[in-house]
Design a protein around this ligand. Structure first.
Ligand code: AP5
Ligand code: ZN
Length: 209
């Protein structure tokens, strides 16, 4: 099962990916998480990416394509994978097709989570992530349980000003990726404003069709 979870910042890609990887026992590949790990480890890549991410801009296609190509070669991706936050430009989508073709693979379905801009701003400003477990919470919609408050952090790019920039980047550079996949008849839209569990159910219905 080779799928892409697609959607604007805060649409719920990471939240849904966590549910699906448990059910299907395939890995989640989040380019945002890979880049944040590089920042935490202060690698040269992390230092370069941090400035762009803090400004809500995209990291270069060459860098993320390289990261994803390496990750997709790992053994655990053989029985499938869930891409989260990649591809984010048409150039990345084209490159992904080429990378997968080298091992006779292809993207099967693109699940597009649809959420309004107002809801997105509320979701992102209320998001908290556990440093320990990586679990994603929301102060109102999905409050942390059994977590030490000191372990909860807010992402550097989760403020209203940067979210608005990220949304503009999404509309300009990322939304066209949907048309790329629509031409391949691979897009399935899901109402991302529903409750978390209902969305998971809708996605599973699509994956098992
Ligand atoms: P990335 O980490 O991918 O961020 P993003 O796309 O902006 O998406 P988010 O992680 O903010 O949102 P999400 O959809 O995962 O939502 P979540 O489930 O957490 O990228 C960050 C940056 O890295 C980019 O800006 C760019 O600079 C760089 N980057 C990454 N990939 C790149 C690429 N391919 N190319 C170039 N640059 C790249 O949920 C959000 C909140 O909502 C949470 O609080 C959650 O609890 C809550 N929530 C979720 N579902 C629901 C629900 N159904 N109801 C109520 N609340 C909900
Ligand atoms: Zn995410």
């Amino acid at each position: 099962m080779n799928i892409v979870l697609f959607g604007a910042p805060g649409a719920g890609k990471g939240t849904q990916a966590k549910e699906l990887i448990q059910k299907y026992e395939i890995p989640q590949i989040s380019t945002g998480d890979i880049l944040r790990a590089a920042i935490a480890n202060k690698t040269p890549l992390g230092l370069e990416a941090k400035k762009l991410m803090d400004e809500g801009k995209l990291v270069s296609d060459d860098i993320v394509n390289g990261l994803v190509e390496a990750r997709l070669q790992e053994d655990d991706c053989k029985k499938g994978f869930i891409l989260d936050g990649f591809p984010r430009t048409v150039a990345q989508a084209e490159e992904l097709d080429k990378i997968l073709a080298k091992s006779n693979r292809e993207i099967e379905k693109v699940i597009a989570l649809e959420v309004s801009d107002e809801e997105i701003i509320e979701r992102i400003t209320g998001r908290r992530v556990s440093k320990k477990t990586g679990k994603i919470y929301h102060i109102k919609y999905n409050p942390p349980v059994d977590e030490n408050p000191e372990d909860l952090e807010q992402r550097a790019d989760d403020n209203e000003e940067t979210v608005k920039k990220r949304l503009a980047v999404y509309n300009e550079q990322t939304a066209p990726v949907l048309d790329f996949y629509k031409k391949q008849n691979k897009v399935y839209s899901v109402d991302g404003a529903k409750k978390l569990e209902e969305i998971t159910k809708d996605i599973i219905d699509i994956l098992e069709k």
